[in-house]
Design a protein around this ligand. Structure first.
Ligand code: NAD
Length: 490
C-alpha cells in the first residue's frame, strides 16, 4: 500500500532511537602497571617513574605506564643496535615470515585491540574495529610482501638498511601509526625504538606482547613509553640512524632543528588544514557523507581532516541545509557503543584547545551551528560543530583545530577554489567533489597537497603513499615510497 504525502512527511520527522549496544569488555585484561619493552622483554624503568593513562570517556584510570629516562633510552637503542647485526643479515624471506606472523596475530587479537584502543583514546569502537585495527594488520601484511623483493622495488640500486630507527608517534591513531612506522622499517632490515604518545600507550603495550608471541628476535622492536622528553631523547640518541616522527608541526620543527647536521635520515608527518571542495555538479547527498566523514571521523583528530569546506556559491544553501540535517543525526556518546558516531575528545588539554579556537571563531564573527545533543557528565566531549560566514583570515580557517569543527567558505570559479585551498601553510590532503573527471584532474594538478581524494575522503591503503608539502612535513609513508625512507639506496 502506497503511503500518502502526509504520512511520508510524518515519517521523515520521526527520530529513531537506538537501544544501547555496548561492546563487551570482560575479555580485556589490562595490567595495572606496565614496564618498558626492551631487548624482547618487559623491564622496570631505570627512572622508577610511572604515570597514569586514563579513559577520556570516563576519566577513570586504566593503568600506569613507565616513563623512560636517558638510561632507559640508551638501553633500548643498544638492544636495537645489537639486534640489527643479525636481523639485517637474516634472509629476507625469514624477515617476511615474522611480519606475516605479526599481521596474523593482530587479526587474531583484533577485537581486544579495538576495545583497548577505544578505551584508551576515546574513538568510537566502530572506527577502531573497522578502520584502525584492520588497516594496521594490512600494513604488516603489505610490507611483509616487500621484504624479499627489495631489489625489484628499487631496480639497479643496492638497497641496504640504515640501522636503528627512532620513531615517535601521536595519539590519534595509536596502533595504526605504530604499524605505519614499524612495518616498513622491519621489512627493510632495520631495528626499532618506538615511543607512543603519552595519552594512548596501551595498544603499544599489547603490541609488545604480540612481538613476544611472534617470537620476534630480541631487540628488533623496543617500545618506550613517556612524554615529549622521552621522545626527544630517542630522536637525539647518537645510535639512532633514522628518525620518523608523526605529530605537530611545532614539535616537527624542533626535531628538524635538533637533528640538523647529524647525518640522520628524517621523515616528518605533521599537521594539516585540508580543503574539501564541492562543485555545483557534485552529487550532493554523497558529498554530505564525504564531508561528515572528512571532519567528524575520529572526532576530527585526523591530520588530513577536511576541516575547511569550500562550497561553490550556487549550491551553498541547499548543501548547508542537508549538512545541518545530517549533523543532527550524529550520535555522540559512549565510544564503546557500536552505534556511536562521535566519541570522546582524547584529553582535557585537547578539549581546551578546541574550545579556545571555537571561541575565537565566534569572537571573530563566524556563525556557529551545533546540533542539539546530550553531553555526558563525565569525560571530555565536544559536539559536532559547523561555522559559516568564515573569512580566510579567521583563526578557525587557518589553524589546525584537530577537533570536530568545520569551517565553511564559498567560491565561484575553479581558479578561486584552488587559490583558497592552497592559501594555507599546510599541504597534507584535499578533496574534490564533482561529476567531471577532467575537472578532478585539473584540480589535482594545481592543489598543493600530498593526497587529493576525488568524490571520497579519508581513504587509506597500505599501497598508497601518504605525506605532506610545506609545513605538513616531508617524506612519504605507505607504498614503495615508505620503504625508501628506511633504505640506503646510494
Ligand atoms: P605532538 O607533536 O605534541 O606529539 C606527538 C608525539 O611527539 C608524542 O608522542 C609526544 O610525546 C612526542 N613529543 C612531544 N614533544 C617532543 C619533542 N620535543 N621531541 C620528540 N618527541 C616529542 O602532537 P600530538 O598532539 O600528539 O598529535 C597531534 C598532531 O599530530 C597534529 O598536529 C596532527 O596533525 C599530527 N598528525 C600528523 C599525521 C600525519 O601523518 N601527517 C598523522 C597523525 C597526526
Amino acid at each position: 500500500m502506497a503511503i500518502t504525502k502526509k504520512q511520508s512527511a510524518e515519517l521523515a520527522k520521526q527520530v529513531f532511537q537506538y537501544a544501547p549496544a555496548p561492546e563487551a569488555i570482560d575479555h580485556i585484561r589490562i595490567q595495572p602497571r606496565y614496564g618498558l619493552f626492551i631487548g624482547g622483554r618487559m623491564v622496570d624503568p631505570h627512572s622508577k617513574k610511572h604515570f597514569p593513562t586514563i579513559n577520556p570517556a570516563t576519566e577513570k584510570k586504566l593503568a600506569e605506564v613507565s616513563e623512560a629516562d636517558e638510561v632507559d633510552v640508551d638501553r633500548a637503542v643498544k638492544a636495537a643496535a645489537r639486534a640489527f647485526d643479525s636481523w639485517s643479515r637474516l634472509s629476507p624471506s625469514r624477515r617476511a615470515r615474522y611480519l606475516f606472523r605479526i599481521s596474523r596475530l593482530i587479526q587474531e587479537r583484533a577485537r581486544e585491540l579495538a576495545v583497548v584502543e577505544t578505551m584508551d583514546g576515546g574513538k568510537p569502537i566502530k572506527e577502531s574495529r573497522d578502520v584502525d585495527i584492520p588497516l594496521s594488520a594490512a600494513h604488516f601484511f603489505y610490507y611483509a610482501g616487500w621484504a624479499d623483493k627489495l631489489e625489484w622495488a628499487f631496480p639497479n640500486r643496492r638497497p641496504r638498511p640504515l640501522g636503528v630507527a627512532g620513531q615517535v608517534i601521536p595519539w590519534n591513531f595509536p596502533l595504526l601509526m605504530l604499524a605505519w612506522k614499524i612495518a616498513p622499517a622491519l621489512a627493510a632490515g632495520n631495528t626499532v625504538v618506538l615511543k607512543p604518545a603519552e595519552t594512548t600507550p596501551l595498544s603499544a603495550m599489547l603490541f609488545a606482547e604480540i612481538c613476544m608471541q611472534a617470537e620476534l628476535p630480541h631487540g628488533v622492536i623496543n617500545i618506550l613509553t613517556g612524554a615529549g622528553k622521552t621522545g626527544s631523547l630517542v630522536v637525539a640518541h647518537p645510535g639512532v640512524k633514522k628518525v620518523a616522527f608523526t605529530g605537530s608541526t611545532e614539535v616537527g620543527k624542533l626535531i628538524q632543528r635538533a637533528l640538523a647536521g647529524s647525518g640522520k635520515k628524517l621523515t616528518l608527518e605533521l599537521g594539516g588544514k585540508a580543503a574539501n571542495i564541492v562543485f555545483e555538479d557534485a552529487p550532493l547527498d554523497q558529498a554530505v557523507e564525504g564531508i561528515v566523514n572528512g571532519i567528524y571521523f575520529n572526532q576530527g583528530h585526523v591530520c588530513c581532516a577536511g576541516s575547511r569546506l569550500l562550497v561553490q556559491e550556487s549550491i551553498a544553501q541547499p548543501l548547508m541545509e542537508k549538512l545541518k540535517r545530517r549533523l543532527s543525526t550524529l550520535r555522540l556518546g559512549d565510544p564503546l557503543d557500536k552505534n556511536t558516531d562521535i566519541g570522546a575528545i582524547n584529553s582535557r588539554a585537547q578539549l581546551e584547545k578546541i574550545q579556545g579556537l571555537v571561541e575565537s571563531g565566534v569572537e571573530e564573527g563566524a556563525e556557529l551551528y551545533q546540533p542539539e545533543c546530550r553531553i555526558p557528565e563525565r569525560g571530555f566531549w565536544f559536539p559536532p560543530t559547523l561555522f559559516t560566514n568564515v573569512s580566510q583570515s579567521f583563526r578557525i580557517a587557518r589553524e589546525e583545530i584537530f577537533g570536530p569543527v568545520l569551517s565553511v567558505l564559498t567560491f565561484r570559479t575553479p581558479a578561486e577554489a584552488v587559490e583558497k585551498a592552497n592559501n594555507t601553510p599546510y599541504g597534507l590532503s584535499a578533496g574534490v567533489w564533482t561529476d567531471k573527471g577532467s575537472r578532478i584532474l585539473w584540480m589535482a594538478e594545481r592543489l598543493r597537497a600530498g593526497v587529493v581524494w576525488a568524490n571520497t575522503f579519508n581513504r587509506f591503503d597500505p599501497t598508497s603513499p601518504f605525506g605532506g608539502y610545506k609545513e605538513s612535513g616531508y617524506g612519504r609513508e605507505g607504498g614503495i615510497h615508505g620503504l625508501a625512507a628506511y633504505l640506503d639506496l646510494n
